[in-house]
Ligand binder design. Sequence first.
Ligand code: SF4
Ligand code: SF4
Length: 338
Amino acid sequence: MQWLAHGFHGEMKYMATHGTRRARPAELVPGTVSVITARMDYLPRDTPLDDWQAVEFDRLARPGEAIVSVYARGRDYHKVLRARLATLAECIAEEVGPFGHRAFTDSAPVLEAELASRSGQGWRGKHTLVLDRSAGSMFFLGEIYVDMALPESEPVSAHCGSCSACIDICPTKAIVAPYRLDARRCISYLTIEHGGPIPQELRPLMGNRIYGCDDCQLICPWNKFAKKSALPDFDAREGLTGQALASLFAWSEEDFLRFTEGSPIRRIGHERWLRNIAVALGNALRAGESGAAEALATRASDPSELVREHVAWALAQRPAPATAARPGQTAGSPSPAA
Ligand code: SF4
Ligand code: SF4
């Protein structure tokens, strides 16, 4: 309630509208007595586990490359996880007979991370996500609300200690205090949930992240132990990883719908997609990336005002030309102070 009162949820009004139903399972699904919590690892199967965090950090150093958050490179996890929770419920019903239940994964007013931590799936890290000593934090959460009383599992102890790496690395300083996230500053929120113009002061900090952000998880020492998915569903799709910003910016709406079919990216729509990439291209232009200005110019007259405004901002990021050297001076001359 304090978090909501601060407005940290931004435009995610649905977080406020459900009131206590979010924290009290039986108010959401009458008759609920217990909650079964589950987690599922999602690193793609070809992830180089020895140095996967370094591989991802390297992408940030290539301003012309588009970065999509690791969880969103494959199939929409909502569908995968919900189907498997339904199968789990069927297996339980075979053992105990019919029982009332409802499965959720990031799809209803459910305090998923809190339920997960209280039931022993891991502890809440200072970035607010759930993490575990044997699996880091690269997993999805899901729940089955059930109408039968089950023995309770115990929470695990927390192991963040004096570490503050996630807080320190956050590009937009969205983790305003340990365990407290201002979603309005978070790049995941800005690129996915937020609908209008992205605040100008945050745009330069977004770098080349066009859908989500993984930085606070990449830096976490426990993610050395993150695990690959056992399923092919989260393998990165052709054409999404390692792509040039310019080539993704050239997608028509038809291309966008075709390439993102069955992907979580689809829900942001083509306009937000272009808005996000325009910001990244502006940052690439400032970094001297060749081709960024030409790509942006192709959408300077885009029918969407939102896209046009972000393109105009991006084009204005072109570094100012170096001032002409005074006679007798050569580039690289030491300054007077030197
Ligand atoms: S996802 Fe990125 S922007 Fe959001 S809190 Fe983590 S590091 Fe910060
Ligand atoms: S980076 Fe450090 S403080 Fe943040 S979640 Fe990981 S262990 Fe905890």
